[in-house]
Design a protein. Structure first.
Length: 250
């Protein structure tokens, strides 16, 4: 594993306690980066070592070899709330997928996923999007829309005009890269705006941020509640069908 970084590299931490599983995850990174994608550099270590590494902003978490299970995801979110998690777990467990996403996962793949699919999911997450079964994202949105949240009745936070622009594009399921291109700003600036939006709204991930925005206007002039259903339909239309082995979308 290379320790040299350049602007075209992204370090990915690997959380797997079993050596054979860890070796399998490392092998996913053997292939070169595709066109338009940064080179992905795997970094192995204990969960404590990975979370203390400031160069890591993405973690692949293998629930099958992690004794903590969902508690591991919660611990990661508490210590490094901005870190993006790609979770690999057991198949045919919709509730676990939903709980993983709520706990901060940006991607969920079952343990039968082939290396190419795992690699693609990682690239989708590093591009600023979410990878999960489409039907479950729809269920999660329905669940969040019906949750009674006292924060929805509190005073709306003040958003800058740029933050409102970013939020509007986020509601259209745009990735950080797409938002940056449309607004003519750098991708890291988009990430900073999204981070501030989550802090201002108390949201713990992009999905919750979107749901809070759809449930009430965030700042003057958004008119977001009236667009809730149209935004929801637009979200669904943007989800392409996934590889045959497991219906996933990004």
């Amino acid at each position: 594993m290379s320790s040299t970084l350049n602007p075209g590299q992204i370090r990915i931490g690997l959380v797997a306690d079993e050596p054979i599983r860890l070796e399998g995850l490392v092998s996913i990174f053997d292939q070169p980066a595709g066109p338009g994608h940064a080179q992905l550099i795997p970094v192995a270590g204990t969960i404590e070592q990975l979370l203390e590494n400031p160069d890591l902003h993405y973690l692949v978490v293998d629930l099958g070899s992690s004794p903590g299970g969902l508690q591991t995801l919660d611990a990661i979110r508490r210590q490094r709330p901005a870190i993006r998690q790609i979770v690999i777990g057991p198949p045919a467990n919709d509730e676990l997928v939903l709980k993983s996403i709520v706990a901060g996962a940006r991607a969920y793949l079952d343990s039968t996923a082939d290396p190419a699919t795992v690699r693609l999911a990682i690239e989708v997450v590093t591009a600023g999007s979410i990878w999960a079964p489409r039907r479950l994202l729809s269920r999660l949105i329905d669940r969040l829309l019906t949750v009674s949240d006292s924060s929805l009745t509190s005073t709306a936070p003040h958003l800058t005009s740029r933050e409102r622009e970013v939020l509007d594009l986020l509601l259209l399921a745009r990735s950080n890269r797409e938002i940056a291109r449309q607004l003519g700003i750098e991708e890291r600036t988009v990430k900073a705006h999204v981070g501030r939006l989550m802090r201002k709204t108390g949201a713990e991930n992009r999905i919750e941020l979107s749901m809070r925005a759809l449930n009430r206007p965030l700042g003057p002039g958004n008119g977001l509640p009236e667009r809730r259903q149209s935004d929801r339909r637009r979200w669904d239309r943007r989800q392409p069908e996934a590889p045959r082995q497991e219906p996933v979308a990004h």
